[in-house]
Design a protein around this ligand. Structure first.
Ligand SMILES: NC(=O)c1ccc[n+]([C@@H]2O[C@H](COP(=O)([O-])OP(=O)(O)OC[C@H]3O[C@@H](n4cnc5c(N)ncnc54)[C@H](OP(=O)(O)O)[C@@H]3O)[C@@H](O)[C@H]2O)c1
Length: 253
């Protein structure tokens, strides 16, 4: 019960890692504010939580005014804000020649602008509470990817945004970290997991030999947001089954 009496906003809480994170925080006593664009997905997650500690506030992470309204609603309902989990994200897989300007901007609008808007709106409240931020970046932000230029660049930007935010806000008592998952079973990867050949290639480079479950990422988010990580800031923590331990050589032996 590390979050009793604390309030967490979780973006992209209607599915996958965000839904698992909302459940995890609620299970550890937090007031949880769930946001995302599809209200019915958020309501379905909220239905399993204590209504006295739950607020559903639908909105688009890439729209500045909607993000500001989200933070205001959270503070209005629960009296403050202790944790921002900036999880909402979108994937676009394509090489440079096949990436339209519109695709590029859409990916950046959610994965990077959206995080910045949420952080900027939340910061005064996080400073007041000596709270913290956990972004959901990606293994894709820690190195190059094949065939996903916009996603790869957006997550790389997010990884450095986390470092910059940690530097700027440490003296205000606000910690800023991210998790960097590799392949995790969620809606985002649903199409990929049906492709047996692609999955076999993925498994070949994951030392633990499997994809992550969303709650295995959520538990690391909860750790970083908790006082158990009170002296941890500016860290982009891989949750990757050991992918980052490789120097890129093919598996043999
Ligand atoms: N699954 C993986 O293998 C993996 C690996 C590394 C990193 N990640 C990252 O993990 C995060 C969560 O993804 P996931 O895997 O859990 O996939 P997911 O189930 O598709 O979740 C993404 C969530 O983000 C929300 N979202 C997307 N665009 C939004 C916007 N503009 N405004 C508000 N909400 C928005 C979606 O809800 P609505 O559509 O209803 O808005 C959805 O609930 C993402 O940042 C993703 O990049 C995933």
């Amino acid at each position: 019960m590390r979050f009793t009496g604390k309030t967490a906003v979780v973006t992209g809480a209607g599915s996958g890692i965000g839904a698992a994170t909302a459940r995890r925080f609620a299970g550890e006593g937090a007031n949880v504010v769930l946001t995302g664009r599809r209200a019915e997905k958020l309501e379905a997650v909220a239905a399993g939580l204590d209504p006295t500690r739950t607020l559903v506030h639908p909105g688009d992470a890439s729209v500045e005014a909607e993000v500001e309204a989200l933070v205001a609603a959270a503070v209005d309902r629960f009296g403050g804000l202790d944790v921002l989990v900036a999880n909402a994200g979108t994937f676009a897989g394509s090489t440079t020649d096949k990436t339209s300007t519109d695709d590029w901007r859409k990916v950046f609008a959610t994965n990077l602008d959206g995080v910045f808007f949420a952080v900027r709106a939340a910061l005064p409240h996080l400073i007041a509470a000596k709270g913290n931020i956990v972004a959901v970046a990606s293994r894709s932000g820690l190195g190059g990817d094949w065939g996903a230029v916009a996603y790869n660049a957006s997550k790389g930007g997010l990884v450095n945004l986390v470092r910059a935010l940690a530097l700027d806000n440490g003296r205000h008592g606000v910690r800023v970290n991210s998790v960097c998952p590799s392949l995790t079973i969620t809606d985002m990867t649903g199409g990929m997991t049906d492709d047996k050949e692609l999955m076999a290639r993925f498994m070949d480079r994951i030392p633990l030999g499997r994809a992550a479950e969303a709650n295995e990422v959520a538990s690391v988010i909860a750790f970083l947001a908790s006082d158990d990580a009170a002296f941890v800031t500016g860290v982009n923590l891989p949750v990757d089954g050991g992918v980052g331990a490789s120097n890129g050589q093919p598996r043999f032996g």
